[in-house]
Design a protein around this ligand. Structure first.
Ligand code: NAD
Ligand code: DAU
Length: 342
């Protein structure tokens, strides 16, 4: 079995690639190495010859039909896990073009190649953001999709396109919608790693609005285990929610990080809110849980370990918080700090 993992140099994809290699599966990673991709995330594989023998890396774009076709025919791909995406909501609000390209057109290119080559399984890694804000209870897989920012709208396009290839061509598709992931190797533009690394640098933590927005956190290893589980136990044409069952207000998560690092709460700065900010995400995970999957990692334990990892791996994130990141950070945050909410 040869597994194509797209976006395998990113946060979740690199964890999944390691998991597959550890199981002795032949893994092919296709990754464009955008600002979010980092070959060092795969060091545990590339630095170990016993693991490396199961592994092949292609630097390239999932929108590139020729390259994708070449990989399918020369690597004998029979399972595709599509993690590749532009993933940061704030960047999609600043500029949506690459999100439309990768998160919709890229999915199309992978689906077409999969159809031509008769693969056994295609997992489209979607997101809970496709449902939009939930005010009461939790979203089921059958609920209406109501994405509210360019990232989630483009992910909804990819999600539904994958479904269409099941209905129309009987391509063996599974769609997963996970909640917010956290863990090691997450890019420091995202909330938890940004706040940990800013706190370590004694910089302000830009908390959007009142900080009462709710996210449901799942550890990246629990998410990867769920996808692994669905390759075997999931039914084609079905959607599966994958939630952590850890709903937390952003402000409480921020307090936890500061307390763990022994840093003062005065580092928090309530800044201008994200445009169209979804207030709460929550998933009903009865469907996957009734098949036998459940999370293993308690949020506080996982977050404590994640904080320790960022404390002990400063070289990794300091390289990422480089001049290009500073330029992005200023564009994204300068106006927010000016509009600091008192
Ligand atoms: P990430 O931004 O850390 O990694 C994305 C990877 O995709 C990077 O390595 C990047 O180089 C690569 N990539 C981007 N455009 C590409 C292209 N055109 N061709 C090939 N490679 C490309 O993202 P992540 O947080 O690991 O998310 C992975 C997937 O999981 C995404 O599809 C995302 O929508 C989904 N997801 C993420 C979360 C979360 O909380 N992080 C939750 C639910 C779903
Ligand atoms: O829910 C799944 C989604 O989770 C994934 O599909 C996305 O790829 C992933 O980026 C994530 O999206 P969010 O927008 O929820 O994550 P982010 O880390 O950007 O923000 C988490 C919360 O923290 C959100 O309510 C916004 C808030 N926030 C974020 C940043 C970056 C702040 O208050 N300040 C910040 O500086």
């Amino acid at each position: 079995m040869s597994i194509l993992i797209t976006g395998g140099a990113g946060f979740i994809g690199s964890h999944f690639a390691l998991r597959m290699v550890n199981q002795g599966k032949h893994v092919v990673v296709l990754d464009k190495l955008t600002y979010a991709g980092n070959i060092e995330n795969l060091n545990e594989i590339t630095g170990d010859e016993n693991k490396f023998k199961y592994f092949k890396f292609y630097k390239g774009d999932i929108c590139n039909q020729e390259l994708v076709g070449h990989i399918f025919s020369s690597e004998g791909v029979d399972v595709v896990i599509n993690f590749a995406a532009e993933t940061h909501v704030d960047r999609s609000i600043m500029s949506a073009g690459t999100f439309i390209d990768t998160d919709i057109k890229g999915v199309f290119v992978l689906l077409e190649a999969s159809k031509r080559h008769g693969i056994k399984k295609f997992i489209q890694v979607s997101t809970d953001e496709v449902y939009g804000t939930v005010y009461h209870d939790a979203f089921k897989e059958t609920d209406t999709l109501n994405p509210s920012n360019p990232y989630s709208a483009s992910k909804t396009g990819g999600d539904r396109l994958a479904y269409a290839y099941w209905v129309t061509y009987k391509l063996p598709i599974i769609i997963t919608r996970a909640s917010n992931n956290y863990g090691d190797y997450q890019h420091p533009e995202k909330f938890i790693p940004l706040f940990i690394t800013n706190a370590l640098e004694d910089k302000k933590l830009p908390l959007y609005g009142d900080g009462q927005q709710i996210r449901d956190w799942i550890h990246v290893e629990d998410h990867c285990a769920a996808i692994d589980f669905l390759i075997v136990h999931g039914e084609n044409g079905e959607v599966y929610n994958i939630g952590g069952g850890n709903e937390r207000c952003n402000i409480d998560t921020t307090y936890f990080i500061l307390d763990e690092l022994n840093k003062p709460r005065t580092l928090i700065e309530h800044v201008k809110d994200r445009e169209g900010h979804d207030r709460r995400y929550a998933l009903d995970c009865t469907k996957i849980m009734s098949l036998g999957w459940k999370t293993q990692i308690k949020f506080e334990t996982g977050l404590r370990d994640t904080i320790k990892w960022y404390k002990n791996n400063q070289k990794w994130w300091k390289q990422i918080k480089n001049s290009a990141f500073v330029e992005y950070y200023n564009r994204q945050y300068a106006h927010r700090f000016v509009n600091t909410c008192k």
